[in-house]
Design a protein around this ligand. Structure first.
Ligand SMILES: Nc1ncnc2c1ncn2[C@@H]1O[C@H](COP(=O)(O)OP(=O)(O)OP(=O)(O)O)[C@@H](O)[C@H]1O
Ligand SMILES: [Mg+2]
Length: 451
């Protein structure tokens, strides 16, 4: 805006005011010839010009000040660029670059840390659930997803909807409200029943609890093993108690005077001896089993002739079979060599043959056969005995499991024979199968790899 334009504009404004005043007080013509008006106009123009020149000078002063402060330092007196100003600018540029590099490295480091944490979280086999202060899901890992059959779409949903366990939800609520750690054990259903040990811990930001981390440890296997150990101890105690009670009872009867009755005494001593044998058998089987189950147990595979293996097993059961009136049959064509630990495998086959003879009534038949298919061979031991009910077939390989406890015990059985068989066969990397029909007979098969 030029200074004179400011003056003219100010004068026109004043004239307009004058005209309005005049029109209100008299005619326009008389107003224009009025000397006061002319004088007034002249005065207003001079005043405006003076104002504009002042305004202009003030602007120039302002610009000079800005120039001196911000621009002039960059030039030397002779109009050359000031080296120091450039140096300062370069230092500033370097400082900014160093800071940028530092942040770049920090961001890179943080993102590496983040992916590392994600990998760790995903590889942890325990289920992890992180909830915010509002009890809603902020993070889960894959293990938790599997445990509760949920995907990543659970983010933001209340934890109670995923876990659906009052005890766990109670522990999370308590943790969020009071910032306390707690541990609960729960059983969850679904496809497979599982025992979970759940640990809830608070996340603090200063003094304030801002969330909770819940870790789910799957202790199903541990609980199973504890149950098995309890059952095992109970079974062993029970098995030991029966013969021991018998031995003690007959020994007391003898000492109470039965010794004088020679016939009775001979019978009682026979019973004591049978029960002592039974105890011995039980201890032998228990020792065998514990050896087979120990970590140090290794089978030693060597080239074995199948015929010799079966012959030695048959030798052990031939006498009991004959005395019971059970026919033993075995026929095999050709020579067949397999890789196996002869001592342990012979023990397993003897157990199967012993069962076949034991559970086949008088007049029955036990057959040992060989089935071949490529590199595979199966020794099959079939009997025409009492058979095994379908409901028991899955359990007969468990320790101490017997279909008819009374009958087995009466025959001196401990219920450990088939458990030993399974251990030996599986240690060879082979399998044992069973097929049976109540009243018609049973067939056990053991597989071998031929060489
Ligand atoms: N050939 C078979 N015929 C019918 N039942 C069988 C036969 N083999 C095994 N069983 C059943 O399986 C159960 C478990 O067999 P296992 O050999 O483990 O124990 P056991 O023969 O009772 O005692 P042990 O072999 O320790 O002296 C037996 O009690 C019996 O009920
Ligand atoms: Mg047996």
């Amino acid at each position: 805006m030029r200074w004179w334009f400011v003056g003219v504009q100010a004068s026109l404004n004043l004239l307009l005011v004058w005209l309005v005043v005049s029109l209100l007080g008299g005619s326009l013509a008389s107003s224009l010839t009025d000397p006061f008006l002319l004088l007034f106009l002249l005065f207003s123009v001079l005043l405006s010009a003076w104002c504009a020149s002042r305004l202009g000078r003030e602007w120039v002063r302002e610009i000079n000040r800005e120039f001196r402060t911000y621009v002039a330092p960059a030039f030397e007196d002779e109009g050359r660029l000031d080296e120091r100003a450039f140096k300062r600018a370069d230092e500033l540029r370097k400082t900014l670059q160093t800071t940028a590099d530092k942040y770049h490295r920090r961001i890179g480091h943080l993102s590496t840390e983040k992916s590392r944490l994600e990998v760790i979280l995903e590889s942890i086999t325990e289920g992890i659930l992180v909830t915010g202060q509002d009890g809603r899901v902020q993070l889960i890992n894959r293990a938790l997803g599997h445990l509760f059959s949920v995907g990543e779409d659970v983010y933001g949903r209340p934890a109670a909807e995923i876990v659906r366990q009052a005890a766990v939800q109670g522990a999370i609520d308590d943790c969020l409200e009071n910032g306390v750690e707690s541990e609960v054990e729960v059983e969850i259903g679904g496809g497979v029943a599982r025992s979970l040990d759940v640990h809830v811990a608070p996340i603090f930001n200063g003094e304030q609890c801002v969330g909770a981390v819940t870790v789910f440890y799957d202790i199903t296997r541990l609980r199973q093993l504890e149950r098995m150990r309890r059952d095992f101890v109970a079974n062993v105690s029970h098995e030991l108690r029966t013969p021991l009670t018998s031995i003690k009872g007959y020994a007391e009867t003898l000492s109470d005077g039965a010794l004088d009755d020679r016939t009775a005494a001979t019978r009682f001593i026979g019973i004591i001896s049978t029960n002592a044998d039974r105890l011995n058998l039980l201890l032998d089987d228990l020792l065998d089993l514990s050896r087979l189950e120990s970590e140090q147990f290794r089978i030693e595979k060597r080239v074995c002739d199948l015929r010799r293996l079966i012959d030695s097993s048959l030798t052990t059961v031939r006498a009991p079979a004959e005395s019971k009136g059970v026919a033993l049959q075995f026929s095999m064509e050709g020579e067949h060599s397999v890789l196996c630990d002869a001592q342990h495998m012979e023990n397993a086959l003897t157990n199967l043959l012993d069962n076949a003879v034991k559970y086949t009534p008088e007049g029955g038949r036990v057959e040992v056969g060989l089935r071949l298919k490529g590199k595979r061979a199966w020794i099959e031991i079939s009997d025409t005995g009492i058979g095994i009910p379908a409901a028991d077939l899955d359990r007969i390989f468990e320790r101490f499991y017997r279909v008819d406890k009374g009958r087995s015990r009466a025959m001196g059985g401990t219920g450990l024979g088939l458990a030993i068989v399974r251990h030996v066969v599986e240690a060879h990397g082979e399998q044992v199968s069973v097929q049976s029909e109540v009243g018609r007979g049973t067939t056990f098969g053991v597989s071998f790899t031929r060489i």
